[in-house]
Design a protein around this ligand. Sequence first.
Ligand SMILES: CC(C)=CCC/C(C)=C/CC/C(C)=C/CC/C(C)=C/COP(=O)(O)OP(=O)(O)O
Ligand SMILES: O=P(O)(O)OC[C@@H](O)CO
Ligand SMILES: [Mg+2]
Length: 250
Amino acid sequence: MAGDKVETFLKSELKKKNALLFVLIDSEVSKLEASSKLAKDVEKIGASAILVGGSSATDQIEMAKVVKGIKKGIKIPIILFPGNVTGVVPEADAILFSSLMNSENPYFISQAQALGAPSVLKFGLEPLPTAYLVIGDGTSAWFVGSARGIPFEKPKIAAAYALAAQFLGMRFVYLEAGSGAKSSVTPEMVKTVRHTFNGFLIVGGGIKDVKTAQNLVKAGADALVIGTFLEKGGSLKKLQEIAKAIQRSK
Ligand SMILES: CC(C)=CCC/C(C)=C/CC/C(C)=C/CC/C(C)=C/COP(=O)(O)OP(=O)(O)O
Ligand SMILES: O=P(O)(O)OC[C@@H](O)CO
Ligand SMILES: [Mg+2]
């Protein structure tokens, strides 16, 4: 088995930094050269991991190339963020082995996982057991994953799912407003989930400014995921400001 190197690394980073920044690279959007450079740059400014994935990333060959290319230049872990079995590729360090718990389609709750698990083992990827909870609607993850989006203003429902995840032995919860979401998950929802869930709490979707990031971390997020901001040409300087701000905002 792949051991628990990445999970241990993330926990020790968390102790040092208080909250972590994960950068999402969508292999459909950023091709090989651009993503290798991006990964190096974001490592320099304090990102703790690179997530590679996309809800419509079906080109496994391209994704494998991107992972291989990124890996050469960085020390922080590469964590796969699969939208389907096609998101399982070799040479990454770990995988968000996620179940979209609030999907209406059992495929995204347990079938994709069953189909992908043998490759995870074969490629020696460290599986990070993750409850992937889609909040709101209208985003790619919501549509592709047939999610019954948890309403933004229903934090208790999110907390109930997070508690169920904990009882099922999952050590990560990912509150996902969706890539490019108009607004991020509310700090109130993060706070409510934080009170209930003991594990590693990831929050993503629509985060693009310091204030939002700080408020989510103050509410209890352990890691924030940022993707679209960079895809849309957001500056590394601003990303660095976000990284610095969250590392002392709890
Ligand atoms: C564990 C394995 C093998 C599979 C998990 C399968 C699951 C649970 C999928 C959840 C549904 C889904 C489609 C999730 C998408 C996750 C993801 C990579 C989102 C990133 O969003 P973008 O793909 O960047 O959004 P755009 O498509 O808008 O770019
Ligand atoms: O692209 P953004 O909106 O930063 O969202 C990141 C991630 O949560 C999407 O899965
Ligand atoms: Mg994308």
